[in-house]
Design a protein around this ligand. Structure first.
Ligand code: DON
Length: 318
């Protein structure tokens, strides 16, 4: 007898949730095939372009899914809002804002996107995310990564593993990210005085392995005021969860953030591994996975799937 707004706990589109999700995957797979798997991180080039999965987790702790829901892939940029949440919890919004802004930059994820003071405007593209990681208090790169991994694992409700090969592949080729860190160090907004103490934990946070179920539960933890729906742990406080969702609503999909919130109406974050997390505040989180990306770096099928579910089943917030 939970109240009616938890309708998704029993039905979606008037059907059992797992069935509705399985049909949605078939429908989107038949319509959307464009996009290319990311290869600027060489180790990502081998991803299976046909992998396609979705999971949905409600604040009541029910988990649904279909397709390759348990396949593991690297979280990449989807780590960014969760690390931002940790920075907010550790330092408070004023101090975080001194280093990184709160504006959708309208630029690609790897852009040299800095304001007149050298401060990245957008915490959810690489420049701003590297600065955010650098702010996490720690004695060095290893301790900083240990703290990031611990936090992301609490959001997921299980210990997340590192994909060593993807990490090494990005560490060997991530010159642009090191350059972004260098520019922010020169501007005085990086939290460390050693570029590698920022980029090394950043590369590792991006190489943590998740499934769509992990992403759904991470999203649900934000939807649920910072409380994981299954472990019941308060991972971050309610205000931090709210602030993080606000940021995802405006900045989560790079230079497609405006079209995304217009069409899908849920705070979200994508990653070049092919994952997307989307959140309906107070209700549920959704994780999707399909490696081929559109030109902005968002999963083509993932975007289409969430657009379709939003249009057909009233998931849009507004
Ligand atoms: O820094 C990078 O380029 C990657 N580790 C993450 C980028 C990313 O996921 C952008 N996503 N769509």
């Amino acid at each position: 007898s939970d109240d009616a707004r938890y309708d998704t706990d029993t039905a979606l589109l008037g059907r059992p949730v797992d069935e509705a999700l399985a049909d949605a995957l078939v429908d989107v797979a038949a319509r959307v095939a464009d996009g290319a798997v990311a290869d600027y991180i060489p180790e990502l080039a081998g991803a299976d372009p046909g992998a396609f999965g979705i999971s949905m987790a409600s604040v009541l702790g029910r988990v649904y899914g279909a397709g390759d829901r348990d396949a593991l892939f690297t979280i990449q940029s989807i780590s960014k809002p969760f690390v931002y949440a940790l920075a907010l919890a550790e330092l408070g919004p004023e101090e975080v804002l001194r280093h990184v802004g709160l504006e959708p930059s309208g630029e690609p994820f790897n852009a040299i996107s800095l304001d007149e003071d050298g401060r990245p405007a957008n915490p959810l593209i690489n420049a701003g995310a590297i600065v955010t990681t650098s702010l996490i208090p720690a004695a060095g790169a290893d301790e900083r990564f240990a703290r990031l991994r611990d936090t992301l694992s609490r959001f997921a409700g299980r210990e997340l593993d590192l994909d060593e090969a993807v990490y090494r592949s990005e560490a060997q080729t991530g010159h642009r990210n090191r350059a972004l860190a260098g520019l922010t160090l020169a501007a005085g907004v990086l939290g460390t005085d050693d570029v590698d103490d920022a980029t090394d934990p950043y590369f590792r946070q991006c190489a943590l392995l998740v499934s769509t179920t992990d992403l759904a539960l991470m999203g649900t933890t934000l939807a649920n005021g910072g409380v994981h729906p299954l472990t019941r742990e308060q991972v971050v406080d309610e205000i931090v969860a709210r602030d993080t969702l606000s940021l995802m609503a405006t900045c989560g999909m790079y230079d497609r953030s405006g079209a995304w919130i217009f069409r899908v109406g849920m705070p979200a974050k994508s990653g070049v591994g092919g994952g997307i997390v989307a959140v309906k505040p107070g209700e549920f989180g959704v994780g999707v996975f399909s490696p081929p990306l559109d030109p902005a770096g968002n999963s083509s099928r993932g975007v289409a799937l969430l657009e379709m579910l939003s249009a057909r089943s009233g998931l849009h917030m507004f």
